[in-house]
Design a protein around this ligand. Sequence first.
Ligand code: HEM
Length: 311
Amino acid sequence: MDAADLYTRLVDAANGVFGSHPGHRALHAKGTWCEGRFTATPEAARLSRAAHLQGEPIPALVRFSNASGDPESHDAARDGRGMAVKLRLPEGGDTDILATSAPTFVARTPEDFLELMHRRRPDPESGEPDLERLGEYLQAHPEAIPSIQAVLGAEPPASFATLVYHSPHAFRLVAGTGDGTWVRYRWQPEAGDQHIPDEEARARGRDYLREELAERLAGGQAAFDLLLQRAGEDDPLDDPTAPWTEDGEAVAAGRLELHDVADDPESVSGDPVVFDPTRIADGIELSNDPILHARQHAYSVSIERRSPRPS
Ligand code: HEM
């Protein structure tokens, strides 16, 4: 299989699990947009020369999502949640940080992720995946289990603003001196990590997360701290399924304040908004994680398919 084929197949496989929904993302299809502001700490500026980490407050565009590829998914579902953040660089341009509620990812390589999605595909008659085939995969790939447990084991969130969101990839922060520090990002909610029972979430209605956030922001703001977890000596830099050792405090790199729920900018302008984890600024470098590098290409396939065709 050539590389282009792999990315197309990844998006086809996501459609196989969740259905094809023209005009929508193949994954994380249902989203809520917010506007806010990000301010980096002096510690972040010491670790990286990146323009958004120097401490000047900058505008941020945020999209919260359910991981499902179904744009009408119920917010009460036991599902991962996404938080995609676009930071506007002071001199122009953007940089993106994408995170989800699962501390680690489900696959080590795009090929494994493809196989897992094929095995998750619901049987057309029963509407359920073949549990035996899924079980075989998990036996051969125990590294997938923590991520699946984290998603299925967590009760629905009380709010998009009460979840911890993790980026499972390693990035290298490069200081003005040239010194490098390998880190993983995490957004820690100021309101704390809060969940509600499944029945209560069901009763709140299909779109309760968007409604709750709109209400919360109408009455004030929500905030997240950007935390940096430094890599320990034996922590792998290229394996998003592997938890890192939690010795030592995470470094607070900045604070994100959300002020308003925004209209979907894609329906307003007709242009797709693209969040890409490899869109980094000078002062930040990518690891060799094969999942990180596959993402931009698979996202391009999804973006191409959801973009309006010229008439
Ligand atoms: C090879 C592995 C992966 C594949 C194939 C994949 C695929 C996709 C696709 C097709 C989209 C929709 C893109 C668009 O139309 O704009 C998407 C969105 C997203 N993915 Fe992934 N993904 C992968 C790994 C990850 C990982 C490791 C994370 C963890 C941070 C993640 C977090 C997200 C988030 C937060 C969004 C929503 C972005 C938005 O709101 O626009 N994905 N993914």
